[in-house]
Write a protein that binds this ligand. Structure first.
Ligand SMILES: *Cc1c(COP(=O)(O)O)cnc(C)c1O
Ligand code: SF4
Length: 519
């Protein structure tokens, strides 16, 4: 084994002995160092050696006390440094650890400390608010006369869903002028909150649950030029939307358990509950069956989980029976708005289809407040039965338009068995919700602030929808000099040089791997 000391270590040791006329230790300090040296020499661990070197470094830098003033011979420290390297499985040197790795980690820690200090106050999750949510639930259940059974079933939650402002005003506190405004807007736009979703509302101005579910007068006042709904120019067949050759959606219903104030499909959704006919589904399936390019089908809505289990099972069976359809997705917000819907029968249907071909569930969670112990359990159960649970959030003013709120959202869902997939810039197409729109650059700053600061698979892709999903990431490739790229680390701004593949090697097919043999 090579046990030479590396330059990090020799440079550190050089510094510990550099200079003259250093300060002298007092007896207490000398005794402390003696004890540390004994531990470092006697114990077969890296820790005491690292602590000793870190202490010596601090004494040298902060108090100008050199190692020789502490009675330490250079050979003695070199021997300890070699010992460290021998013990460490990856031959990490004590100089690398003390002088490089630890300062780098400390500098990185500073990037997340401000977030960690405020996240639970500024963006509490429904798990952290659970005691208060339970109080809300008791109050709401009593006001609506719901028994245990009604509360804990999908049908009970839908039967008791709140759809008038008068009813809403009995359940949560609303200023009188807000009540009048909501009454005005709900003549045009449907409001429906499940009692469960209502219980997530906290009494405060612009609560993120209220913003998503209770329409305000802005929705009618904003009404500018109506742009035709997406389907008008992207629906090649009944119930089907298609932007891409290989992925299509079936809009399986126009119903949702809760109606979102920012719904992209506001023109279709929630006007009036309608069950679609088997002929309609049949025509959509025929289109898919006849088009062999299609490999991935999204069953969306509305909300796929408001469909009865029997219909959902039939649709999945049909899709699975089409040879070229290799995978499916179901789009649903129900685990967030009525988690009671996720019953064993539904889970069995999901698993059976996933066993045939991969099935993913794509949901929409926009704030950590939507994750409660109940919705987390629903996502956990779903995640055991399907190949992935993914989140498509919408970047919404007041709901998730700050670094703290977005990081907290992504971390909370990640801890709830859901992977952040997309974050959409709120569309320009619907004038009804211009008040929710957040500037494109702000979204970029927020999403890119996550790189290097939370797990990579908790970072969503930032998307603008404009007849398909257009990725919005700012490039981290700053330039090129010869064959070297200049890359920027998004978390620190630091630029690094990155040698590209050698074009001569890449271009030389005649000598690539096995091509060089047998000539
Ligand atoms: C979102 C969407 C898709 C799926 O896009 P992916 O990038 O594959 O997630 C496909 N078709 C339509 C109409 C969509 O809106
Ligand atoms: S769940 Fe989706 S389709 Fe339903 S109202 Fe909300 S955004 Fe629209």
């Amino acid at each position: 084994m090579n046990n030479e000391l590396d330059s990090y270590t020799t440079e550190l040791i050089d510094r510990l002995y550099a200079g003259e006329d250093g300060a002298k230790p007092d007896d207490t300090l000398q005794a402390e160092i003696n004890t540390m040296v004994i531990r470092a020499e006697e114990e077969d661990l890296t820790g005491p050696i690292v602590e000793l070197f870190a202490r010596l470094k601090a004494l040298r830098e902060e108090e100008n006390i050199r190692a020789d003033s502490l009675g330490l011979k250079r050979e003695q420290l070199e021997a300890l440094a070699r010992k460290h390297q021998e013990i460490d499985e990856h031959m990490v040197s004590v100089g690398g650890r003390v002088d490089r790795a630890r300062p780098i980690v400390e500098a990185a820690n500073a990037r997340v400390d401000a977030y960690l200090d405020v996240k639970d106050q500024e963006a509490p999750s429904g798990i952290e608010l659970w005691d208060r949510i339970l109080e809300n639930q008791a109050r709401i259940r009593q006001a609506l006369g719901m028994d245990e059974e009604a509360w804990n079933t999908f049908s009970g939650q839908i039967r008791h869903a709140v759809s008038s402002v008068e009813e809403l005003a009995r359940l949560i506190e609303l200023p009188a002028d807000a009540v009048a405004d909501i009454a005005r807007v709900t003549r045009n736009y449907r409001m429906r909150l499940t009692p469960y979703y209502t219980s997530l509302i906290m009494p405060r101005l612009n609560d993120p649950i209220m913003l998503q579910s209770i329409p305000t007068g802005e929705m009618v006042d904003n009404a500018g030029v109506e742009i035709p709904p997406v389907a008008a120019d992207h629906s090649p067949a009944r119930l089907v939307d298609q932007f891409y050759p290989r992925v299509v959606t079936i809009k399986s219903t126009n119903m949702c358990a809760m109606y979102c104030t920012h719904c992209l499909r506001i023109a279709h959704i929630g006007k009036k509950d309608k069950m679609f006919s088997k002929q309609a589904y049949g025509e959509a399936l025929d289109y898919i069956r006849a088009n062999k390019r299609i490999r991935d089908v999204l069953v969306t809505g509305g909300d796929a989980f408001v469909l009865p289990n029997s219909l959902l099972k039939w649709l999945l069976d049909e899709l699975d029976s089409i040879d070229h359809v290799r995978m499916k997705r179901l789009g649903t917000r129900v685990p967030v708005t009525v988690p009671m819907r996720i019953d064993d029968e539904l889970l069995d249907i999901l698993e059976a289809s996933n066993d045939r071909k991969p099935l993913r569930v794509v949901t929409q969670i926009n704030t950590a407040q939507e994750i409660t112990p109940v919705s987390r359990a629903a996502f956990k159960n779903i995640s055991k039965r399907v190949s992935a649970v993914l989140n498509q959030a919408v970047l919404l003013r007041g709901i998730n338009d700050s670094q703290v709120k977005m990081w907290k959202l992504c971390e909370t869902i990640h801890e709830s068995y859901v992977r952040p997939y997309y974050i959409f810039n709120c569309s320009y197409r619907n004038p009804q919700f211009v008040h929710f729109r957040v500037p494109v650059e702000k979204g970029r700053d927020i999403v890119e602030s996550m790189y290097g600061n939370i797990s990579g698979d908790a970072i969503p892709r930032y998307i603008a929808t404009a007849g398909g999903k257009i990725p919005m990431h700012r490039s981290n490739v700053m330039g090129r000099e010869g064959n070297e790229l200049i890359l920027k680390k998004p978390w620190s701004g630091e630029e690094v040089r990155y040698p590209d593949a050698d074009p001569e090697v890449y271009g030389d097919d005649d000598n690539f791997s096995f091509a060089r043999y047998g000539k």
